[in-house]
Design a protein around this ligand. Structure first.
Ligand SMILES: Nc1nc2c(c(=O)[nH]1)N[C@H]1C(S)=C(S)[C@@H](COP(=O)(O)O)O[C@H]1N2
Ligand SMILES: [Mo]
Length: 390
């Protein structure tokens, strides 16, 4: 790739004046300024128990009850981490993005300095793991599924800054037969997952290098990660080192064995997961213990298709939805919204079951229609959240 020398100098001057160098120096440091990640720790950022539920050595679920109420963008230090292995420590100076494959006219190699000076966009979008809600297959349906029992905290919203994949692919030039784009990671697993060219060319599918205004943190994919809005988190490949463009769909573990619907109710070959599902959550501990009286209950709701239209509330475990929550703060497409419910609570046990409806009328299916699948992906039904008022 060539960037015109004078404009490149200009861009670099801009970048160095923007505090980027300072931001880069900070990414491997925990909030207290203490260096993390040495001594064999698999993740870089601090994961205090009051903010996270740990699943194994390299996955951390956000405790939604610890989030700042009404603030849609999740702070980086609270954002869930889902890794298939330890976080790789990559250096921006050595990093290259290779754009290649039988679908491009000429392979190109992009440096970090070049990436951050290409025209970028900033978008607010959520990421959610396909396994978010997996615990409810067992808890609510009695179905045995494989995998970590995430409840509702494998969800986070960030302000992502990056270069549209369309721009990057344009540098290499697409051949007539190009049909698939596969971001490939530089992590120890060579994690990769393809998407159809049309999804890659959508304006908000980007190679992000900043998150909430900071250089991308190590655990979230430094130096660069793909963000594929509306799709399961697994599509948003971290630590990207290559974009492989091909005529044929590549067959890799992440679209043949993982992130596919397996089970008695599904055909073979198994359908590949793409778009997420409409969801809602009560932001309280499991179970919650609260003083009786007038209480404001807070929650979140999100849709992979657009903004949220409303959140209905059931106080009888999801049988009838008799209340409506009030939406609070930003309500952004493919990001989500906070909601709240005023409740006059008498002592005793209740459940609060939210059900989101988005601006296009997409909603959450009743529990009776929620099919299990072997790996416990895409739990979509409304979830009764137990609360004990004392
Ligand atoms: N290289 C790589 N990319 C990855 C993963 C991974 O393990 N390795 N996990 C994926 C999954 S399953 C999810 S849900 C999201 C999680 O992103 P986060 O850790 O930034 O929240 O990253 C995706 N990208
Ligand atoms: Mo995931």
């Amino acid at each position: 790739m060539r960037i015109h020398p004078s404009s490149r100098r200009q861009f670099l001057a801009l970048a160095s004046g923007s505090g980027l160098t300072a931001a880069l120096a900070c990414t491997a440091r925990a909030p207290g300024g203490q260096a993390r990640g040495g001594g064999g720790a698999e993740l870089v950022k601090a994961l205090p128990d009051e903010w996270f539920i740990r699943h194994g050595t390299h996955n951390a679920e956000t405790r939604l009850e610890g989030l700042p109420v009404g603030q849609l963008v999740t702070p980086i230090d609270r954002f869930y981490v889902r890794n298939h292995g330890p976080t790789p420590r990559l250096s921006a100076a050595d990093w290259r993005l290779e754009i290649h494959g039988d679908g491009v006219e000429r392979p190109v190699s992009v440096t970090y300095d070049q990436l951050v000076t290409l025209p970028s966009v900033t978008i607010t979008r959520y990421l959610e793991c396909a396994g978010n809600g997996r615990a409810f297959f067992k808890e609510l349906l009695g179905a045995a599924v494989e995998g970590d029992p995430w409840r509702d905290g494998a969800y986070g919203v960030a302000k992502w800054t990056g270069v549209p994949l369309a721009t990057l692919l344009g540098l290499a030039g697409l051949r007539g037969g190009a049909a698939w784009v596969m971001p490939v990671s530089l992590d120890g697993e060579g994690y990769a997952r393809p998407m159809p060219l049309a999804k890659a060319m959508t304006g908000d599918t980007i190679l992000a290098h900043r998150m909430n205004g900071e250089a991308l943190p190590m655990d979230h994919g430094f130096p660069a990660r793909v963000v594929v809005p509306g799709w399961i988190g697994a599509a948003s490949v971290k630590w990207v080192g290559a974009l492989e463009v091909s005529a044929q769909e590549p067959a890799v573990e992440m679209n043949t064995e993982e992130y596919v619907f397996l089970g008695a109710d599904y055909p073979k070959p198994p359908p590949v997961l793409t778009t997420g599902v409409v969801k809602s959550a009560v932001c309280l501990p499991w179970p919650a213990l609260l003083p009786a009286g007038r209480r404001t209950i807070h929650g979140l709701a999100w849709s992979p298709f657009g903004a949220i239209d409303r959140v209905d509330i059931s106080l009888d475990g999801g049988g009838t939805f008799t209340r409506a929550a009030r939406l609070v703060g930003d309500n952004l497409p493919v990001a989500g919204t906070w909601w709240q419910l005023e409740l006059d609570a008498t002592p005793g046990a209740v459940t609060i079951t939210p059900r989101a409806v988005d601006e296009h009328g997409h909603t959450q299916p009743p529990l009776s229609q929620q099919l299990p699948n072997d790996k416990g992906y895409l739990f979509a039904a409304p979830v009764p959240h137990p609360i004990h008022f004392v």
